[in-house]
Write a protein that binds this ligand. Structure first.
Ligand code: ATP
Ligand code: MG
Length: 650
């Protein structure tokens, strides 16, 4: 028996309208913007494009030949010019562009003027090493301002960058360099993580044994002192030595709207990394306007996105979006629990952060550690909170709202993907009443739908496949060098419609609720259940900080629910709690979702970007050998869990 929709079972009644005070000062507060955008979305996006400075205006807003869109055709601009030069011509010359805190505690501030100087010099360095427009440059660096300088310098001369997260191994770096055929690598001697040195240069050396396209390596000295790294004669060059003699000015290269700005390989929750391509005009319009409207950033704000620049969140919402609108962005190099579990809150207090954008995985860790950590600090500067990366469980949302937001800050739960480039489903904080666990409404000019297997829109309350029926400016222009795979993954399920790979439902008010990845959906006796909803029912219990549920093979039901549960500090993992949790799920969403197994664990297998990898939990529960574990943050977690699980089974 195969049903075609995901049964959506969890109910949520709480609603949080924006305060009058927030609405009064919001960057957008007039709901008519939604109608205006749906009436003529091309005209809407053309109006949004005025947020940038163009050398030449486009002659055609959109050309749509699914799966390929071209936006702002004929337009000429430069992303670096928009993020730096144009601000330097105004009073923002001496405004902080980046405020940086190193993990050991160093502080640096770069004004737009500083950024302008450094980026021009570094662009000249790249040119002097033979990098030309169109050449790919790989960046493998820690979270230091130089990573932003490197990205912007690439954009300035029209060389697409491919940033590889500094937590990736040598092998992952090799694959990404080879796929992009990058000519130059920018790295550092090392980076700091929980007081230890991440050996970036050593990894890079290993990676380069099998990556012959790289001609030169620029090494930024982050650690220095006694920490020595070998430098290969003729290939490796120090950042500071090159910069010492670099000329001060470098004109930005006028780029076509559709010229490649960067490549970014996705985190790989689902398999072989995909080289997502983003182009200049549409991407920059999309990230600039969403930054301004979703985060409600004002010139006097300090905005902190805690992502690493190695992920799309860092690209769009640390670098390109905030800098395009002349904002002040904070960057932190290290871990949230170093030297103690209050590090984020110490940073918020110290810099008087106004807007904080983080991930559910972090929020659930904070919940587990307890509210005593945020309570140690004055968080009254915060006025808006954001989340991205996974569905947020309603109880985690409530915790964030109360313990971090002091009950006064709107929360923007933003749904998007590396492929979408920009936020697509989100509240607008001066307009949208939020509901815990819902990403709420499409951004104006964006057209998602929820379809069943046959391609019919699902009625309210029924889960289905989240798709986008019309193009949007920042959408990916494809997978680098692999058009067939692009077609197959995203465009083959429904012709001409973008398939996201996520399940979702809509409620009576038209709000979107993400239900988890379609690949993770559980099928119990023909009922297709959402991982997200069962996990949220578990997190709703006061003892639970985080949960991951999977479908495990079952003779009669097809699949049975197995739940891996992390409990909060101060609770006991015993038989009584196990029973209570099974009951709790049954009571919250129905007997069909009651877990057969509840496995207590200290940790869950996660990708390096902090997302739960349920397919490995399925391997464990079904006693299989573990599938590909190369994108895991910590392979030891899944090994330990496997041993524990096998021990319990006996
Ligand atoms: P890969 O595609 O390589 O497997 P990934 O999907 O984890 O990796 P990203 O592009 O970083 O890589 O993540 C996008 C996905 O993250 C979305 O498809 C969705 O599953 C999840 N996601 C992001 N934001 C939200 C959100 N606010 N609510 C629910 N899910 C979200
Ligand atoms: Mg994905």
């Amino acid at each position: 028996m195969e049903t075609t929709t995901i049964e959506a079972l969890l109910q949520e009644q709480r609603v949080f309208p924006p305060s009058e005070e927030f609405v009064r000062q919001a960057n957008v507060s007039d709901p008519s913007i939604y109608e205006e955008a749906s009436r003529d979305y091309e005209a809407f996006w053309a109006k949004c494009a005025e947020i940038l400075d163009w050398y030449e205006r486009w002659h055609t807003v959109l050309e749509w030949n699914p799966p390929y869109a071209k936006w702002f055709i004929g337009g000429k601009l430069n992303a670096c010019y928009n993020c730096v030069d144009r601000h330097v011509k105004t009073w923002r010359r001496n405004k902080a562009a980046l405020i940086w805190e190193g993990e050991p505690g160093e502080e640096r501030v770069l004004t737009y003027g500083d950024l302008h100087r450094e980026v021009q010099k570094f662009a000249n360095v790249l040119k002097s090493l033979g990098v030309r427009k169109g050449d790919r440059v790989c960046i493998y660096m820690p979270m230091v301002p130089e990573v932003v300088i490197a990205m912007l310098a690439c954009a300035r001369i029209g060389a697409p960058h491919s940033v590889v997260f500094g937590g990736f191994s040598a092998e992952s770096l090799t694959d990404r360099i080879n796929d992009a055929q990058a000519k130059l690598l920018i790295t550092a001697d090392g980076g700091w993580r929980r007081g230890n040195i991440v050996p970036l240069k050593r990894n890079a050396d290993d990676a380069l044994r099998n990556a012959p396209s790289i001609e030169k390596v620029i090494v930024f000295q982050r650690i220095g002192g006694d920490y020595m790294v070998p430098m290969q004669e003729g290939r490796d060059l120090w950042w500071h030595e090159l910069m010492a003699n670099a000329p001060l000015t470098c004109e930005p290269e006028p780029m076509d709207s559709e010229d490649l700005l960067y490549l970014l390989y996705t985190s790989g929750s689902t398999g072989k990394p995909k080289g997502i391509m983003h182009t200049t005009g549409g991407y920059l319009v999309g990230v600039a306007i969403t930054t301004k409207w979703v985060f409600d950033i004002k010139d006097e704000d300090i905005y902190w996105c805690t992502a690493d620049v190695g992920w799309v969140t860092g690209h769009s919402y640390i670098v390109y979006g905030p800098l395009a609108i002349g904002a002040t962005a904070l960057m932190y190099e290290g871990a949230p629990d170093y030297p103690d579990r209050d590090r984020f809150w110490a940073i918020v207090e110290k810099y008087r952060v106004n807007i904080l954008y983080t991930a559910p995985t972090a929020i659930r860790a904070f919940m587990k550690w307890g509210e005593q950590y945020p309570q140690r600090h004055d968080l009254s500067s915060l006025r808006l909170l954001g989340t991205v990366g996974e569905p947020i469980n309603p109880e985690a949302w409530m915790w964030y709202h109360e313990h971090i937001g002091g009950g006064r800050c709107p929360i923007v739960d933003t749904w998007w993907q590396t492929e979408t480039g920009m936020i697509l489903i989100t509240p607008l904080p001066g307009i949208t009443a939020t509901k815990p666990g819902s990403a709420t409404k499409p951004f104006p000019g964006v057209f998602p739908d929820i379809l069943d297997e046959q391609g019919n829109p699902t009625p309210p309350g029924r889960g289905g496949y989240l798709v986008l029926t019309r193009p949007w400016p920042a959408m990916t222009r494809g997978l680098y060098g692999d058009p067939e795979r692009f077609q197959q993954i995203y465009w083959s399920k429904y012709p001409g419609i973008y398939f996201t790979g996520d399940g979702a439902k809509r409620d009576e008010d038209g709000y979107f609720w993400l239900l988890g990845r379609v690949d993770d959906v559980i099928n119990v006796a023909g009922h297709r259940l959402s991982t997200m909803e069962i996990e949220s029912a578990l997190v709703d219990h006061p003892a639970v900080a985080e949960a991951a549920v999977i479908g495990k093979h079952h003779e009669i039901k097809g699949q049975a629910v197995a739940a891996f549960v992390i409990i909060k500090e101060g609770y006991r993992a015993d038989e009584q709690l196990r029973e209570e949790l099974k009951q709790h799920v049954a009571a919250k969403i129905g007997a069909i979702a009651r877990p057969d197994d509840v496995i207590f664990t200290a940790d869950l297998p996660k990708t390096r970007s902090g997302k739960i990898m349920r397919r490995l939990l399925r391997d464990i529960a079904e006693g299989r050998a573990l599938g590909d574990t190369t994108t895991l943050a910590d392979p030891a977690v899944v090994q330990a869990l496997k041993e524990k699980y096998e021990g319990q089974e006996e």
